[in-house]
Design a protein. Structure first.
Ligand code: AGP
Length: 614
């Protein structure tokens, strides 16, 4: 969703802001803008445009056309008011003295707008954000308070979520930042300071960052950053060193981030798994759950959204088998409104790549309120979900830029399996030999996945056969069903083909009426013990004229080829790890289909990478 970049230093700000916005494009946006403070003129220059960033960049000659060393930039993902030049950020106060960029939603903006309108303040846009600019000026113009106090008064009046960057023409050397429930990161450079929605925008400039806490306000200048807590008391936020490689957030010769990230999966798995498996034993040194707590556990609850939820669905099948404990999986957006049965004997496992998904965050807080311990599986270090959890297992997948998640899904799954092995050992619910066999296969996953990826031409061929279908069904049983959900989501989000996932056995209870001559069904049949059942379901589809693209294990390839139209095979592995291999052909299929349909693969329409609104 919206992206923010800010700079206060001695260099020209606009080129730095535009370059930073380029790094935030992946979050999803529909317009972009910058505001720069000119010390010479003591005024703010705002430039903004609907559409992709290059429209703005061309308008400003890459930033060379704008003078000033302090500024903020923004990519907007529309919530209040359609995408347009006027609704783009930054927003100016009526005198043009205050400029604001914002990520989040000001929930009481209607009431505040009425308050200001009654006092003669005119509004230019339809956005919720504009009230912030107008309200700061309203308090500031009063003349009795300084800028920081005016900002603080404004923050006390607004309700909702915000990450804000604020400039004032009277303070041309300062940039003010504030955050509540929306991510904002401070960057410490050499003779300059930065502000960003996420670290990928800062990697080229600094690796020394600090995560703002909820309620924090910061003042950035070229000399450094002063930070205040929600009571406006000075605080020092811990700085951390980010060790992500600069090129990890760049395409590195690949046409798309999504393809690069698909191909990076074996390496990402090595990073996530190898350090945590020593001498065949799981060692989760980042975890501390006491024996007595674990013995008292009655239930696991997995809470997440989108693909992270699909990881949870695999987790339900796997963890219940490994732990013999009930595992419930809930969509985070539903969890908080369903009166969930959660108490201190429930371990709530929160899964989120970004660590910033608002629905997931809200579910986490609800689970904590109900007394549960929170263990999160997160990719982005220092993210809000990581910081609010009791325990964190990082996925170490590196930055994921494509909106459609791939390597984050794979590493989340591997980490969840590691967690299962760890808990199974502590609870004594799996034989040692069984644990050893699964651990050995976890170690073998990266190499096997490389073999799957090497077969990509065959998948590209299948895509060329089916890319013009109007609707696609994904079916499977058990973990294959959980995997079907992910395969279907991948296809629909980047290729815009309507697609649905069904538990194979459910097809005949309704959806089979949609199968007609030429309908494509992607049948997942990797579960050995359910192979015959899968074959029956495939036969049902074929006898109604449907075309079947099947996914099976290598040992069943030939048998499957007798029934399905196309077969993609994955290496055999431990039954619980099959989705870790099976997901790659589904990602590649979606990728190639989208490519052949000419879709914008890394930035699919209407989607955002980090979903920070409810
Ligand atoms: C998957 O390709 C999507 N981008 C989306 O479903 C994503 O998994 C979901 O929004 C959850 O995000 P999170 O893992 O960052 O919380």
């Amino acid at each position: 969703m919206c992206g923010i970049i800010g700079y206060a230093g001695s260099e020209q700000a606009a080129p730095i802001l535009l370059e930073g916005l380029g790094k935030l494009e992946y979050r999803g946006y529909d317009s972009a803008g910058v505001a720069v403070c000119s010390r010479r003129e003591r005024r703010l220059r705002v430039h903004k445009a609907k559409g992709w960033l290059h429209v703005l960049s061309d308008m400003l000659d890459g930033g060379a056309a704008v003078e000033g060393c302090v500024g903020v930039g923004h990519t907007r993902w529309a919530t209040h008011g359609a995408p347009s030049d006027i609704n783009s950020h930054p927003h100016l106060s009526r005198s043009g003295k205050i400029a604001v960029v914002h990520n989040g939603i000001i929930e009481n903006y209607g009431e505040l707008k009425a308050f200001l309108t009654d006092r003669g303040v005119p509004f230019a846009s339809e956005t919720d954000t504009e009230v912030v600019a107008q309200l700061v000026e309203y308090f500031y113009e009063d003349g009795r308070v300084d800028l920081l106090e005016a900002v603080s008064r404004c923050l006390r009046r607004i309700e909702g979520a915000y990450a804000l960057g604020i400039l004032c023409a009277d303070r041309p050397e300062e940039l003010i930042a504030a955050r509540k429930d929306s991510p904002l990161i401070l960057g410490y450079g050499d003779g300059c300071s930065f502000l960003a929605s996420d670290v990928t925008a800062l990697l080229r400039h600094t690796r020394r960052v600090a995560y703002m806490d909820d309620g924090d306000v910061a003042v950035l200048t070229k000399e450094g950053i002063r930070c205040y807590d929600y009571l406006m008391q000075p605080v020092v936020r811990e700085t951390v060193y980010v060790d992500w490689a600069v090129d990890a957030a760049e395409k590195g010769g690949y046409e798309h981030f999504m393809f690069k990230e698909i191909m990076e999966q074996p390496e990402a798995l090595r990073r996530a798994v190898f350090p945590r498996l020593k001498d065949g034993r799981v060692r989760l040194e980042d975890l501390s759950l006491s024996g007595s707590y674990l013995r008292g556990l009655r239930k696991l609850y997995i809470v997440a959204c989108g693909s992270s939820y699909h990881v949870g669905m695999v987790g339900k099948y796997n963890l219940e088998r490994m732990l013999r404990l009930p595992v419930e999986v809930a969509l985070a957006s539903e969890f908080r409104y369903m009166d969930p049965i959660v108490d201190e004997n429930t371990l709530v496992v929160v899964i989120s790549q970004s660590g910033e998904t608002l629905d997931t965050m809200a579910a986490l807080r609800e689970a904590r309120r109900l007394g549960a311990k929170i263990l999160s599986i997160v990719n982005v270090m220092g993210s809000s979900i990581a910081r609010e959890s009791d325990q964190v297992l990082y996925t170490w997948a590196g930055p994921e830029i494509a909106v459609a998640t791939t390597k984050a899904y794979s590493t989340q799954l591997a980490v969840l399996d590691l967690l299962g092995l760890h808990l199974a050992e502590a609870l004594g619910t799996m034989e040692e030999a069984e644990r050893d066999a699964m651990a050995a296969e976890l170690l073998a996953l990266p190499e096997k996945l490389e073999r799957v990826l090497a077969e990509r031409d065959a998948i590209q061929y299948c895509a060329s056969e089916y890319f013009n279908r109007g609707s696609v069904f994904y079916i499977g049983r058990n973990v294959d069903y959980a995997l079907a959900l992910e395969g279907s989501l991948k296809l629909k989000e980047i290729s815009y083909i309507h697609s649905e996932a069904y538990a194979s056995g459910e097809l005949k209870h309704g959806a089979i009426s949609l199968i007609e001559e030429g309908s494509l069904v992607v049948a997942l049949a990797t579960c050995g013990r359910l192979f015959d059942k899968a074959m029956s379901n495939i036969a049902e589809v074929r006898s109604r004229g449907g075309r079947v693209l099947a996914l099976a294990t290598e040992d069943r390839r030939e048998e499957m080829a007798k029934t399905a139209d196309n077969v993609v095979a994955i290496p055999n592995t431990h039954p619980l790890l099959l989705p870790s291999l099976g997901v790659a052909p589904l990602q590649l299929f979606a990728y190639y289909v989208a490519l052949m349909r000419g879709c914008d693969i890394d930035k699919p329409r209407n989607l955002a990478k980090s979903v920070t609104v409810e």
